[in-house]
Design a protein around this ligand. Structure first.
Ligand code: PSV
Ligand code: MN
Ligand code: MN
Length: 392
């Protein structure tokens, strides 16, 4: 039987320090281009999104941060929002810019051929940096919808040059304790080419920008079959893995609950983070969820996501690095694989129940939330107003 007492001090520290940031947009309504299905009690304001996110932390104890998206989470007074978050037991985290929903950005934002549009997009990021000063956020996260649909529509190379110049202007505005984290995605909404399609392109721009520019790895932004753990290993080697957007996918950018589609892939990724030192606070990797709950209730969806990541981490911590290294030096090509598979096949849920009980948390967060009555409360209280949705 596994017990916390049997863990090494190093593994125990990783488990205790694990923190996962929640995306504010996960608590709004979302859907596909075919239909957005609403739920009763959906937040009508950024304050209500934070109140819901705080429930996830109250149940799991591993999600103390909430990431904001600007302008979706625009408020008059960010110090008021910050104080509210703190009163709910959470803190404001990463600020995500949005240069993909304005008519002007039809042909791109930081890469747009029109200098006036590029100026507008740069100004938006500078406004986000100012918000970061008020929210106390460290990271400015940039995901761009820039790209083209047809060969010849614009110059791929000129767009890279414009991107480099625009990013440098933004980077130069950061304070010493702030970072720029750049997210890549190989397709969508542009279909012929995307301006930041892969980790190589993101890394090249980050290296040019400076030490405080890092890459964001969104697990849903790769071609099927991509070995994501390899990318993790390489970015950690170079000290350039800035943040994770966890989610899972069956087909495209599905944004489903992390660990739902392929828990073994999640385990492999997490093991690479463990073995590469990525959970050491000094590595400064921000672990975030980037999900949308189209059909399921949002708060339980986020609770499950947080516990899925925590389970993958606990499994990876069962691997004895010395045993694995010895196996890898043997002539048996399957010996190391057996070590990994033994860890993956172990049920760590009782261990995590023990961990939660030690902290006065519910042993089973998902069930405890369902029994808490919170959903009934928000369903009856949040009447009137307009429910917020992904994209508004
Ligand atoms: C769009 O693909 C996206 O899902 C990116 O992953 C961003 O992180 C997120 O939207 C929020 O802007
Ligand atoms: Mn993302
Ligand atoms: Mn995405």
């Amino acid at each position: 039987m596994l017990h916390l007492d049997n863990m090494t001090a190093g593994s125990r520290a990783i488990l205790d320090q694990l923190s996962i940031e929640l995306p504010s947009w996960a608590f709004g309504n979302s859907g596909t281009r075919f239909r957005v299905f609403g739920t009763a009690g959906t937040p009508r304001t950024p304050f209500e999104k934070i109140a819901d996110a705080a429930q996830v932390h109250k149940m799991t104890g591993v999600t103390p941060w909430v990431s904001l998206h600007i302008p979706w989470d625009m408020v008059d007074d960010f110090s008021e929002l910050r104080a509210f978050a703190e009163s709910e037991g959470v803190e404001l985290g990463t600020i995500n810019s949005n240069v993909f929903q304005d008519e002007d950005y039809k042909l791109g934002s930081l890469c747009n051929p029109d200098p006036k549009v590029r100026e507008k997009a740069i100004a938006h990021h500078i406004a986000c940096i100012d918000i970061m000063r008020q929210t106390g956020s460290r990271d400015l996260k940039i995901w761009l919808a820039d790209g083209t649909n047809y060969p010849g529509q614009d110059s791929i190379r000129a767009r890279q040059d414009r991107l480099a110049e625009s990013l440098q202007r933004i980077y130069n505005e950061l304070d010493e304790d702030q970072r720029l984290v750049l997210e890549y995605k190989f397709f969508e909404p542009a279909f012929y080419h995307t301006d930041v399609p892969d980790w190589g392109t993101a890394l090249v721009h980050c290296v040019d920008l400076g030490e405080r520019a890092k890459v964001v790895l969104d697990t849903g932004h790769h071609a099927p079959g991509t070995n994501i753990e390899f990318i993790v290993a390489q970015l950690l080697r170079r000290g350039r893995l800035g943040a994770f957007d966890f989610n899972s996918r069956f087909y495209a950018d599905d944004d489903l609950i992390v660990g739902a589609a392929d828990p073994f892939q999640l385990f492999r990724i997490v093991w690479e983070i463990v073995s590469g030192g990525g959970f050491d606070p000094a590595a400064e990797v921000n672990f975030m969820l980037d999900q949308c709950h189209n059909l399921e209730e949002k708060i339980p969806g986020e609770i499950l996501s947080a516990t899925n990541v925590q389970e993958a981490v606990a499994k990876a911590l069962l691997i004895d690095p010395e045993e694995l290294a010895a196996a890898q030096c043997s002539d048996d090509v399957l010996a190391g694989n057996r070590v990994l598979m033994d860890a993956f096949s172990t049920d760590v849920r009782p261990l995590l129940e023990e961990w939660r009980e030690e902290r006065g948390l519910p042993a089973r967060p998902y069930e405890a939330f369902q029994e808490s009555g919170y959903l009934d409360k928000i369903r009856s209280e949040r009447t009137g107003g307009t429910a917020m949705s992904w994209g508004a």
